[in-house]
Every structure is written in structure tokens, then in C-alpha cells.
Ligand binder design. Structure first.
Ligand SMILES: Cc1cc2nc3c(=O)[nH]c(=O)nc-3n(C[C@H](O)[C@H](O)[C@H](O)COP(=O)(O)O)c2cc1C
Length: 185
């Protein structure tokens, strides 16, 4: 039987009321029926330590093993993240580092779409650029176009997390279409 396709979402912000959590939810709502979507949390995993990351024996902290397993059956990823200090938030990068190691890395070779929301003016462009070398090393397939750069997010999302900007919604929709087209299955 053919496996149902699955997209996993990762959010770069852990705070309640995060605009990127709202964005990820909006993106999930635009994924066509028949494709599973799951947002995977990583807030319980420790700071990366290679002494506790033993790919050969698959010995890792239990929270990391669970995190990697949650990514394993993903056909593609959506990352919605703020920009922290012009770059990738440390917690998200740490989670990606844990998922990146070993021949069984659940990230390798898979398509990924990055999008971001900020209360500032630059729409997370520097965070998105910072991901490019990471994806290169992981041999991932970043779906670069169209760019989802949401500036002044506080004026675009309402208190219930709705995105009140038709143009942005259509850009997210197109990005998801391109991500699905990049899936091998
Ligand atoms: C540690 C830190 C660094 C930040 N650095 C940037 C930055 O470089 N560029 C930017 O546009 N916003 C920056 N911000 C502001 C965030 O974009 C803003 O707080 C955004 O709402 C966070 O996303 P969230 O709503 O999903 O939590 C920073 C915020 C924090 C907490």
C-alpha cells in the first residue's frame, strides 16, 4: 500500500502567542487533504553534546530519540521561525544539530520550506539566509521560492491567530505547492 505523505512542521519560537506558531498553523491549514501534517515540539531536548550522541549504537537522550523518531517518517518539512540576532534561533538550531547526525538522520535529502514572521521590517530574511549552509551540509532540498517573509507580523495576525493578508496567504499556498512537488513520493 502506498504510504500517505507527511509534512512535519517545526517552529523556531517557543513563546505563547508566537507569530511563527500562528504562521505554521496557517501553513498547515493550507496543506491539501490526504497529506498528513504534524507540528513536532523540541523544547525538552538538551543542549547538543557529542558525548551523548552515539549514532553507531543509537544511544542518545530519550527526548532526542523521540524527537528524531517524530521526524523520521516526514517526507518534507516546513520551518516557521523568527530571526534572532540576524540568525537561526539557538533552540531550533540545537534541535536540528541533534537530528542531523548519523546515516539515519531524519533530515537528510528531504525537501524543506522555511518561512518566517517578525515584528520588525525585514521579514526574517537573514534567518532564512543563515539556513542555506545548514541545508547544504545536510544535503537537504530547500524550496526557495516564493519567499515567505512576514514583516510587521503584529499588523497581519489577529488575536485568534488568523492571518489577515490575502497576498501573503497566496504566497504561502504557492510555497506549499512547490514543497509538495519536491517530495519524491
Ligand atoms: C533574542 C531575540 C533576538 C531577536 N533578533 C531579531 C532580529 O535579528 N531580527 C528581527 O527582525 N527581530 C528580532 N527579534 C524580534 C523577533 O522578531 C520578534 O520578537 C518576533 O515576534 C519573535 O517571533 P515570535 O512572535 O514567533 O515569537 C529578536 C527577538 C529576540 C527574543
Amino acid at each position: 500500500m502506498e504510504k500517505n505523505r507527511k509534512i512535519v512542521g517545526l517552529c523556531g519560537s517557543l513563546r505563547k502567542g508566537s507569530y511563527n506558531a500562528m504562521l505554521l498553523k496557517v501553513a498547515g491549514g493550507l496543506i491539501p487533504e490526504g497529506i498528513e501534517f504534524e507540528i513536532v515540539a523540541y523544547d525538552d531536548i538538551p543542549v547538543y553534546n557529542a558525548d551523548h550522541d552515539l549514532p553507531e549504537t543509537e544511544e542518545r537522550p530519550a527526548s532526542v530519540t523521540k524527537f528524531r523518531e517524530s521526524l523520521a517518517d516526514a517526507d518534507a518539512f516546513i520551518i516557521a521561525s523568527p530571526e534572532y540576532n540576524y540568525s537561526i534561533p539557538g533552540g531550533l538550531k540545537n534541535a536540528i544539530d541533534w537530528a542531523s547526525r548519523g546515516k539515519d538522520s531524519p533530515l537528510m535529502h528531504k525537501p524543506v520550506a522555511v518561512m518566517g514572521a517578525t515584528q520588525g521590517m525585514w521579514g526574517t530574511v537573514r534567518m532564512q539566509m543563515a539556513f542555506l549552509p545548514v541545508f547544504t551540509f545536510l544535503n537537504m532540498n530547500p524550496v526557495l521560492q516564493p519567499e515567505v517573509l512576514i514583516a510587521q507580523a503584529q499588523n497581519k495576525f489577529d488575536a485568534d491567530g488568523n492571518l489577515n493578508d490575502e497576498k501573503t496567504i497566496s504566497i504561502i499556498q504557492k510555497k506549499i505547492e512547490n514543497l509538495i512537488s519536491a517530495c519524491k513520493v
